[in-house]
Design a protein around this ligand. Structure first.
Ligand code: ARG
Length: 419
Protein backbone atom coordinates (compact mmCIF):
# COMPACT_ATOMS: atom_id res chain seq x y z
CA UNK A 1 0.00 0.00 0.00
CA UNK A 2 1.23 3.47 -0.85
CA UNK A 3 1.97 5.63 2.15
CA UNK A 4 -0.32 8.51 3.03
CA UNK A 5 -1.46 10.50 6.06
CA UNK A 6 -5.09 11.32 5.52
CA UNK A 7 -7.57 9.53 3.30
CA UNK A 8 -11.00 10.60 2.05
CA UNK A 9 -12.96 7.41 1.48
CA UNK A 10 -15.90 7.40 -0.95
CA UNK A 11 -18.25 5.70 1.47
CA UNK A 12 -21.38 3.86 0.29
CA UNK A 13 -22.22 2.18 3.57
CA UNK A 14 -21.99 -1.22 1.89
CA UNK A 15 -19.84 -4.25 2.56
CA UNK A 16 -16.73 -3.22 0.62
CA UNK A 17 -16.39 0.36 1.80
CA UNK A 18 -17.14 -0.56 5.42
CA UNK A 19 -14.63 -3.40 5.38
CA UNK A 20 -12.12 -1.01 3.79
CA UNK A 21 -12.00 1.16 6.93
CA UNK A 22 -10.16 -1.18 9.33
CA UNK A 23 -8.24 -2.69 6.45
CA UNK A 24 -6.88 0.68 5.24
CA UNK A 25 -6.06 1.72 8.79
CA UNK A 26 -4.02 -1.44 9.28
CA UNK A 27 -2.25 -1.09 5.94
CA UNK A 28 -1.47 2.65 5.97
CA UNK A 29 -1.88 3.91 9.53
CA UNK A 30 -3.59 6.96 8.01
CA UNK A 31 -6.62 8.82 9.34
CA UNK A 32 -9.74 8.15 7.36
CA UNK A 33 -12.63 10.50 6.65
CA UNK A 34 -15.75 8.82 5.21
CA UNK A 35 -17.70 10.84 2.66
CA UNK A 36 -21.09 9.60 1.52
CA UNK A 37 -22.51 11.35 -1.53
CA UNK A 38 -26.28 11.48 -1.80
CA UNK A 39 -27.14 11.06 -5.48
CA UNK A 40 -30.66 9.86 -4.71
CA UNK A 41 -30.07 6.37 -3.36
CA UNK A 42 -32.70 5.24 -0.87
CA UNK A 43 -30.13 4.81 1.90
CA UNK A 44 -30.37 5.56 5.56
CA UNK A 45 -27.41 7.90 5.68
CA UNK A 46 -27.60 8.40 9.42
CA UNK A 47 -27.14 4.67 9.95
CA UNK A 48 -24.39 4.56 7.33
CA UNK A 49 -22.40 7.34 9.02
CA UNK A 50 -22.72 5.60 12.39
CA UNK A 51 -21.46 2.42 10.75
CA UNK A 52 -18.43 4.26 9.37
CA UNK A 53 -17.62 5.88 12.72
CA UNK A 54 -18.00 2.54 14.46
CA UNK A 55 -15.62 1.02 11.90
CA UNK A 56 -12.97 3.61 12.84
CA UNK A 57 -13.11 6.75 10.71
CA UNK A 58 -12.25 10.07 12.38
CA UNK A 59 -15.07 11.90 10.63
CA UNK A 60 -18.11 10.85 8.58
CA UNK A 61 -20.14 13.20 6.42
CA UNK A 62 -22.94 13.04 3.92
CA UNK A 63 -23.19 15.52 1.08
CA UNK A 64 -26.40 16.13 -0.85
CA UNK A 65 -25.49 16.21 -4.54
CA UNK A 66 -28.88 15.25 -5.96
CA UNK A 67 -29.59 18.53 -7.69
CA UNK A 68 -26.17 18.67 -9.30
CA UNK A 69 -26.54 15.09 -10.35
CA UNK A 70 -29.85 15.78 -12.06
CA UNK A 71 -28.74 19.03 -13.63
CA UNK A 72 -25.18 18.31 -14.74
CA UNK A 73 -25.23 14.57 -15.37
CA UNK A 74 -28.75 13.30 -16.02
CA UNK A 75 -29.86 16.14 -18.30
CA UNK A 76 -26.84 15.60 -20.59
CA UNK A 77 -27.62 11.86 -20.55
CA UNK A 78 -31.20 12.56 -21.65
CA UNK A 79 -29.97 14.84 -24.44
CA UNK A 80 -27.53 12.14 -25.53
CA UNK A 81 -30.27 9.47 -25.34
CA UNK A 82 -27.52 7.66 -23.49
CA UNK A 83 -27.96 3.88 -23.53
CA UNK A 84 -24.80 1.78 -23.42
CA UNK A 85 -25.10 -1.13 -25.85
CA UNK A 86 -28.52 0.22 -26.69
CA UNK A 87 -30.08 -0.66 -23.33
CA UNK A 88 -28.21 0.42 -20.19
CA UNK A 89 -28.98 4.02 -19.07
CA UNK A 90 -25.51 4.30 -17.43
CA UNK A 91 -26.76 4.98 -13.93
CA UNK A 92 -23.51 3.96 -12.22
CA UNK A 93 -21.25 5.48 -14.86
CA UNK A 94 -22.98 8.86 -14.60
CA UNK A 95 -22.74 9.19 -10.84
CA UNK A 96 -19.03 8.42 -10.44
CA UNK A 97 -17.55 11.58 -11.97
CA UNK A 98 -19.72 13.65 -9.63
CA UNK A 99 -18.66 11.59 -6.61
CA UNK A 100 -15.05 12.15 -7.66
CA UNK A 101 -15.59 15.93 -7.89
CA UNK A 102 -16.89 15.89 -4.32
CA UNK A 103 -14.00 13.72 -3.10
CA UNK A 104 -11.48 16.07 -4.65
CA UNK A 105 -13.14 19.13 -3.08
CA UNK A 106 -13.24 17.40 0.31
CA UNK A 107 -9.59 16.37 0.06
CA UNK A 108 -8.60 19.97 -0.60
CA UNK A 109 -10.73 21.24 2.30
CA UNK A 110 -9.40 18.84 4.93
CA UNK A 111 -5.86 18.53 3.60
CA UNK A 112 -6.05 14.87 2.65
CA UNK A 113 -3.29 13.44 0.49
CA UNK A 114 -5.18 10.34 -0.63
CA UNK A 115 -8.60 9.18 -1.72
CA UNK A 116 -9.96 5.65 -1.55
CA UNK A 117 -12.82 3.86 -3.27
CA UNK A 118 -14.37 0.42 -2.83
CA UNK A 119 -14.24 -0.78 -6.44
CA UNK A 120 -12.99 -4.24 -7.29
CA UNK A 121 -10.41 -4.92 -9.98
CA UNK A 122 -12.78 -6.31 -12.55
CA UNK A 123 -15.56 -3.77 -12.76
CA UNK A 124 -15.97 -0.50 -14.61
CA UNK A 125 -16.39 1.75 -11.61
CA UNK A 126 -12.65 1.72 -10.86
CA UNK A 127 -12.10 3.32 -14.29
CA UNK A 128 -14.70 5.98 -13.62
CA UNK A 129 -13.09 6.86 -10.29
CA UNK A 130 -9.50 6.76 -11.38
CA UNK A 131 -9.83 8.40 -14.79
CA UNK A 132 -11.82 11.28 -13.30
CA UNK A 133 -9.29 11.53 -10.48
CA UNK A 134 -6.46 11.62 -13.02
CA UNK A 135 -8.22 14.44 -14.85
CA UNK A 136 -9.14 16.49 -11.77
CA UNK A 137 -6.47 15.77 -9.16
CA UNK A 138 -3.46 13.87 -10.46
CA UNK A 139 -1.54 14.84 -7.29
CA UNK A 140 -3.71 12.69 -5.02
CA UNK A 141 -2.76 9.12 -4.09
CA UNK A 142 -5.50 6.67 -5.07
CA UNK A 143 -6.17 3.64 -2.90
CA UNK A 144 -8.33 0.74 -4.08
CA UNK A 145 -8.43 -1.69 -1.14
CA UNK A 146 -10.95 -4.10 -2.69
CA UNK A 147 -8.54 -4.56 -5.59
CA UNK A 148 -5.73 -5.60 -3.30
CA UNK A 149 -7.11 -7.47 -0.34
CA UNK A 150 -7.81 -10.68 -2.25
CA UNK A 151 -11.06 -11.48 -0.43
CA UNK A 152 -14.29 -12.83 -1.92
CA UNK A 153 -17.51 -11.16 -0.80
CA UNK A 154 -17.94 -14.00 1.69
CA UNK A 155 -14.36 -13.49 2.97
CA UNK A 156 -14.95 -9.76 3.31
CA UNK A 157 -18.12 -10.47 5.22
CA UNK A 158 -16.25 -12.81 7.59
CA UNK A 159 -13.40 -10.28 7.99
CA UNK A 160 -15.90 -7.50 8.77
CA UNK A 161 -17.65 -9.69 11.31
CA UNK A 162 -14.30 -10.57 12.87
CA UNK A 163 -13.65 -6.85 13.32
CA UNK A 164 -17.05 -6.45 14.95
CA UNK A 165 -18.32 -4.13 12.22
CA UNK A 166 -22.00 -3.35 11.83
CA UNK A 167 -23.16 -4.36 8.39
CA UNK A 168 -26.44 -3.55 6.78
CA UNK A 169 -26.72 -6.89 5.02
CA UNK A 170 -27.09 -10.50 6.01
CA UNK A 171 -25.08 -13.39 4.56
CA UNK A 172 -27.13 -15.16 1.89
CA UNK A 173 -28.56 -11.98 0.41
CA UNK A 174 -25.33 -10.99 -1.23
CA UNK A 175 -26.65 -8.76 -4.01
CA UNK A 176 -24.38 -5.88 -4.83
CA UNK A 177 -26.55 -2.82 -5.35
CA UNK A 178 -25.73 0.56 -6.78
CA UNK A 179 -28.55 3.04 -6.69
CA UNK A 180 -29.26 6.67 -7.46
CA UNK A 181 -31.88 8.97 -8.90
CA UNK A 182 -31.53 7.33 -12.32
CA UNK A 183 -32.24 3.80 -11.09
CA UNK A 184 -30.72 0.70 -9.53
CA UNK A 185 -28.07 -1.76 -10.69
CA UNK A 186 -28.27 -5.21 -9.13
CA UNK A 187 -25.43 -7.72 -9.38
CA UNK A 188 -24.13 -10.90 -7.72
CA UNK A 189 -25.89 -13.71 -5.88
CA UNK A 190 -28.36 -15.70 -8.01
CA UNK A 191 -28.03 -13.19 -10.88
CA UNK A 192 -24.58 -14.55 -11.71
CA UNK A 193 -26.30 -17.40 -13.58
CA UNK A 194 -27.59 -15.79 -16.80
CA UNK A 195 -30.20 -18.57 -17.11
CA UNK A 196 -31.80 -17.70 -13.76
CA UNK A 197 -34.69 -15.28 -13.89
CA UNK A 198 -34.03 -12.34 -11.55
CA UNK A 199 -35.86 -13.16 -8.30
CA UNK A 200 -38.61 -10.79 -7.16
CA UNK A 201 -36.49 -9.68 -4.18
CA UNK A 202 -33.90 -8.17 -6.51
CA UNK A 203 -36.23 -5.27 -7.37
CA UNK A 204 -37.18 -2.24 -5.33
CA UNK A 205 -38.21 0.51 -7.77
CA UNK A 206 -40.36 -1.37 -10.26
CA UNK A 207 -43.48 -3.49 -9.95
CA UNK A 208 -43.72 -6.90 -11.56
CA UNK A 209 -45.62 -6.27 -14.83
CA UNK A 210 -48.42 -8.69 -13.93
CA UNK A 211 -48.93 -6.93 -10.62
CA UNK A 212 -48.93 -3.40 -12.05
CA UNK A 213 -52.25 -1.51 -12.03
CA UNK A 214 -54.88 -2.67 -14.52
CA UNK A 215 -55.55 0.87 -15.70
CA UNK A 216 -53.04 2.48 -18.06
CA UNK A 217 -51.70 5.89 -17.12
CA UNK A 218 -50.60 8.70 -19.39
CA UNK A 219 -47.75 11.12 -18.74
CA UNK A 220 -47.21 14.30 -20.73
CA UNK A 221 -43.67 15.57 -20.65
CA UNK A 222 -42.77 19.05 -21.90
CA UNK A 223 -39.25 19.75 -23.11
CA UNK A 224 -37.45 23.02 -23.71
CA UNK A 225 -34.29 22.74 -25.79
CA UNK A 226 -33.92 19.09 -24.83
CA UNK A 227 -34.56 19.65 -21.12
CA UNK A 228 -37.69 18.15 -19.53
CA UNK A 229 -39.40 21.07 -17.81
CA UNK A 230 -42.96 20.00 -16.95
CA UNK A 231 -44.87 16.85 -16.07
CA UNK A 232 -48.57 16.72 -16.93
CA UNK A 233 -48.53 20.49 -17.34
CA UNK A 234 -46.86 21.25 -14.01
CA UNK A 235 -43.47 22.96 -14.36
CA UNK A 236 -40.80 21.23 -12.24
CA UNK A 237 -37.07 21.42 -11.69
CA UNK A 238 -35.23 18.42 -13.22
CA UNK A 239 -34.65 16.69 -9.88
CA UNK A 240 -38.36 16.64 -8.97
CA UNK A 241 -39.47 15.72 -12.45
CA UNK A 242 -37.05 12.80 -12.66
CA UNK A 243 -38.07 11.58 -9.20
CA UNK A 244 -41.79 11.73 -10.08
CA UNK A 245 -41.38 9.98 -13.41
CA UNK A 246 -39.34 7.31 -11.64
CA UNK A 247 -42.10 6.57 -9.13
CA UNK A 248 -44.87 6.55 -11.71
CA UNK A 249 -43.09 4.49 -14.37
CA UNK A 250 -41.79 2.12 -11.68
CA UNK A 251 -45.29 1.54 -10.33
CA UNK A 252 -46.36 0.49 -13.83
CA UNK A 253 -43.47 -1.96 -14.12
CA UNK A 254 -41.54 0.09 -16.67
CA UNK A 255 -37.76 0.14 -16.73
CA UNK A 256 -36.54 -3.40 -15.95
CA UNK A 257 -33.50 -4.37 -17.97
CA UNK A 258 -31.70 -7.73 -18.05
CA UNK A 259 -28.50 -7.28 -20.00
CA UNK A 260 -25.47 -9.38 -20.96
CA UNK A 261 -23.04 -6.52 -20.79
CA UNK A 262 -19.54 -6.08 -22.18
CA UNK A 263 -17.45 -4.57 -19.42
CA UNK A 264 -14.51 -2.40 -20.34
CA UNK A 265 -12.00 -4.93 -18.96
CA UNK A 266 -13.32 -7.54 -21.41
CA UNK A 267 -15.56 -9.56 -19.11
CA UNK A 268 -19.14 -10.34 -20.02
CA UNK A 269 -21.40 -9.67 -17.12
CA UNK A 270 -25.07 -10.32 -16.46
CA UNK A 271 -26.49 -7.00 -15.30
CA UNK A 272 -29.96 -6.41 -13.99
CA UNK A 273 -31.23 -2.85 -13.80
CA UNK A 274 -34.38 -1.02 -12.98
CA UNK A 275 -34.30 2.48 -14.45
CA UNK A 276 -37.87 3.67 -14.74
CA UNK A 277 -36.99 7.36 -15.05
CA UNK A 278 -34.11 6.81 -17.44
CA UNK A 279 -36.06 4.56 -19.77
CA UNK A 280 -39.16 6.78 -19.83
CA UNK A 281 -37.39 10.12 -20.24
CA UNK A 282 -34.97 8.93 -22.90
CA UNK A 283 -37.82 7.43 -24.90
CA UNK A 284 -39.82 10.65 -24.63
CA UNK A 285 -36.82 12.76 -25.62
CA UNK A 286 -36.07 10.53 -28.62
CA UNK A 287 -39.67 10.81 -29.74
CA UNK A 288 -39.50 14.59 -29.71
CA UNK A 289 -36.17 14.64 -31.55
CA UNK A 290 -37.63 12.43 -34.26
CA UNK A 291 -40.18 15.18 -34.92
CA UNK A 292 -37.78 18.14 -35.12
CA UNK A 293 -34.34 17.00 -36.27
CA UNK A 294 -33.47 16.74 -39.94
CA UNK A 295 -32.73 13.29 -41.34
CA UNK A 296 -28.99 13.98 -41.50
CA UNK A 297 -28.83 15.30 -37.95
CA UNK A 298 -30.86 12.37 -36.61
CA UNK A 299 -28.69 9.76 -38.32
CA UNK A 300 -25.42 11.36 -37.34
CA UNK A 301 -26.58 11.98 -33.79
CA UNK A 302 -27.35 8.28 -33.38
CA UNK A 303 -23.67 7.53 -34.05
CA UNK A 304 -22.56 10.26 -31.67
CA UNK A 305 -24.87 8.89 -28.97
CA UNK A 306 -23.36 5.41 -29.23
CA UNK A 307 -19.85 6.82 -28.86
CA UNK A 308 -20.90 9.20 -26.04
CA UNK A 309 -22.37 6.29 -24.08
CA UNK A 310 -19.23 4.21 -24.60
CA UNK A 311 -16.97 7.02 -23.43
CA UNK A 312 -19.06 7.63 -20.32
CA UNK A 313 -19.22 3.89 -19.64
CA UNK A 314 -15.42 3.70 -19.88
CA UNK A 315 -14.94 6.48 -17.35
CA UNK A 316 -13.94 9.19 -19.83
CA UNK A 317 -16.35 11.89 -18.63
CA UNK A 318 -13.56 14.47 -18.75
CA UNK A 319 -11.91 13.29 -21.99
CA UNK A 320 -11.62 15.82 -24.82
CA UNK A 321 -13.61 13.67 -27.27
CA UNK A 322 -16.51 13.41 -24.82
CA UNK A 323 -16.48 17.20 -24.45
CA UNK A 324 -16.47 17.70 -28.22
CA UNK A 325 -19.42 15.33 -28.56
CA UNK A 326 -21.18 17.31 -25.81
CA UNK A 327 -20.81 20.43 -27.94
CA UNK A 328 -22.38 18.68 -30.93
CA UNK A 329 -25.24 17.32 -28.84
CA UNK A 330 -25.93 20.74 -27.30
CA UNK A 331 -26.10 22.29 -30.75
CA UNK A 332 -28.73 19.78 -31.83
CA UNK A 333 -31.02 20.61 -28.90
CA UNK A 334 -31.95 24.15 -29.99
CA UNK A 335 -35.28 23.01 -31.48
CA UNK A 336 -36.01 20.08 -29.17
CA UNK A 337 -38.92 21.92 -27.61
CA UNK A 338 -42.41 20.51 -27.36
CA UNK A 339 -44.42 17.79 -25.64
CA UNK A 340 -44.59 14.02 -25.67
CA UNK A 341 -47.37 11.77 -24.43
CA UNK A 342 -46.33 8.46 -22.88
CA UNK A 343 -48.69 5.64 -22.03
CA UNK A 344 -47.63 3.23 -19.28
CA UNK A 345 -49.34 -0.10 -18.91
CA UNK A 346 -48.22 -3.29 -17.16
CA UNK A 347 -44.52 -3.08 -17.94
CA UNK A 348 -44.91 -1.42 -21.34
CA UNK A 349 -44.15 2.12 -22.36
CA UNK A 350 -45.54 3.61 -25.54
CA UNK A 351 -45.16 7.01 -27.11
CA UNK A 352 -48.71 7.91 -28.13
CA UNK A 353 -48.33 11.55 -29.15
CA UNK A 354 -45.81 14.33 -29.81
CA UNK A 355 -45.97 17.97 -30.88
CA UNK A 356 -43.57 20.89 -31.27
CA UNK A 357 -43.54 24.41 -32.67
CA UNK A 358 -40.41 23.26 -34.55
CA UNK A 359 -41.97 20.09 -35.98
CA UNK A 360 -40.66 19.36 -39.46
CA UNK A 361 -43.73 17.23 -40.00
CA UNK A 362 -46.02 18.95 -42.51
CA UNK A 363 -49.50 17.49 -43.04
CA UNK A 364 -49.80 19.22 -46.42
CA UNK A 365 -46.80 17.27 -47.66
CA UNK A 366 -47.73 14.01 -45.98
CA UNK A 367 -51.45 13.73 -46.54
CA UNK A 368 -53.03 11.49 -49.15
CA UNK A 369 -56.27 13.40 -48.73
CA UNK A 370 -57.41 16.97 -49.36
CA UNK A 371 -54.89 19.75 -48.94
CA UNK A 372 -52.02 17.81 -50.53
CA UNK A 373 -49.51 20.44 -51.73
CA UNK A 374 -46.80 17.99 -52.71
CA UNK A 375 -45.77 18.37 -56.36
CA UNK A 376 -46.16 14.78 -57.59
CA UNK A 377 -44.73 15.57 -61.04
CA UNK A 378 -41.43 16.63 -59.43
CA UNK A 379 -40.94 12.97 -58.54
CA UNK A 380 -40.50 12.05 -62.23
CA UNK A 381 -37.17 13.85 -62.57
CA UNK A 382 -36.13 12.87 -59.08
CA UNK A 383 -36.71 9.19 -59.84
CA UNK A 384 -34.86 9.34 -63.13
CA UNK A 385 -31.73 10.44 -61.32
CA UNK A 386 -32.25 8.29 -58.23
CA UNK A 387 -32.65 5.15 -60.38
CA UNK A 388 -29.83 5.96 -62.82
CA UNK A 389 -27.05 4.16 -61.01
CA UNK A 390 -28.98 0.91 -60.58
CA UNK A 391 -30.17 1.02 -64.19
CA UNK A 392 -26.59 1.48 -65.38
CA UNK A 393 -25.44 -1.40 -63.21
CA UNK A 394 -28.20 -3.65 -64.55
CA UNK A 395 -27.21 -2.86 -68.15
CA UNK A 396 -23.54 -3.54 -67.48
CA UNK A 397 -24.32 -6.85 -65.83
CA UNK A 398 -26.64 -7.88 -68.66
CA UNK A 399 -23.86 -7.15 -71.19
CA UNK A 400 -21.25 -8.96 -69.11
CA UNK A 401 -23.30 -12.09 -68.69
CA UNK A 402 -24.02 -12.20 -72.46
CA UNK A 403 -20.28 -12.02 -73.12
CA UNK A 404 -19.46 -14.60 -70.44
CA UNK A 405 -22.00 -16.87 -72.07
CA UNK A 406 -20.16 -16.51 -75.43
CA UNK A 407 -16.80 -17.28 -73.79
CA UNK A 408 -18.24 -20.51 -72.54
CA UNK A 409 -19.68 -21.45 -75.90
CA UNK A 410 -16.65 -21.27 -78.17
CA UNK A 411 -13.84 -20.92 -75.53
CA UNK A 412 -12.08 -18.25 -77.61
CA UNK A 413 -13.95 -14.99 -77.20
CA UNK A 414 -12.51 -12.80 -74.43
CA UNK A 415 -15.02 -10.68 -72.52
CA UNK A 416 -14.73 -6.99 -73.46
CA UNK A 417 -15.65 -4.12 -71.21
CA UNK A 418 -18.92 -2.52 -72.25
CA UNK A 419 -18.45 0.99 -73.60
N1 ARG B 1 -22.47 -2.71 -14.89
C1 ARG B 1 -22.87 -1.43 -14.50
C2 ARG B 1 -21.82 -0.41 -14.83
O1 ARG B 1 -20.73 -0.79 -15.07
C3 ARG B 1 -23.29 -1.38 -13.05
C4 ARG B 1 -22.22 -1.33 -12.05
C5 ARG B 1 -22.78 -1.39 -10.70
N2 ARG B 1 -21.80 -1.04 -9.73
C6 ARG B 1 -21.74 -1.58 -8.54
N3 ARG B 1 -20.80 -1.17 -7.75
N4 ARG B 1 -22.57 -2.52 -8.14
O2 ARG B 1 -22.05 0.75 -14.88
Amino acid sequence: MKSCKKIVLAYSGGLDTTTAIPWLKEQTGAEIVALAIDVGQADNFEEALKRALHAGVVQAEVLDAKEEYAQDFLLPAIQANALYEGVYPLLSALSRPLIVEKLVQAAAQIGADAVAHGCTGKGNDQLRFELSLAALAPHLTVLAPARHWGMTREDAFAYAQGKGLNLALKPGTLYSIDENLWGRAIECGPLEDPWTEPPADAFALTAEAAQAPDAAVELTIDFEQGVPTALNGTPMPPLDLIAEVSVCAGAHGVGRIDHMENRTVGIKSREVYECPAGVALIQAHKALESLVLTKDEARFKAQVETRWAELVYEGKWHAPLKQSLDAFISATQATVTGSVRLKLYKGTLQVVGRRSPYALYDTNLTTYGDGDTFDHTAADGYLKLAAMELATLARVHAGQSALTQETHDDRTVVAQPVS
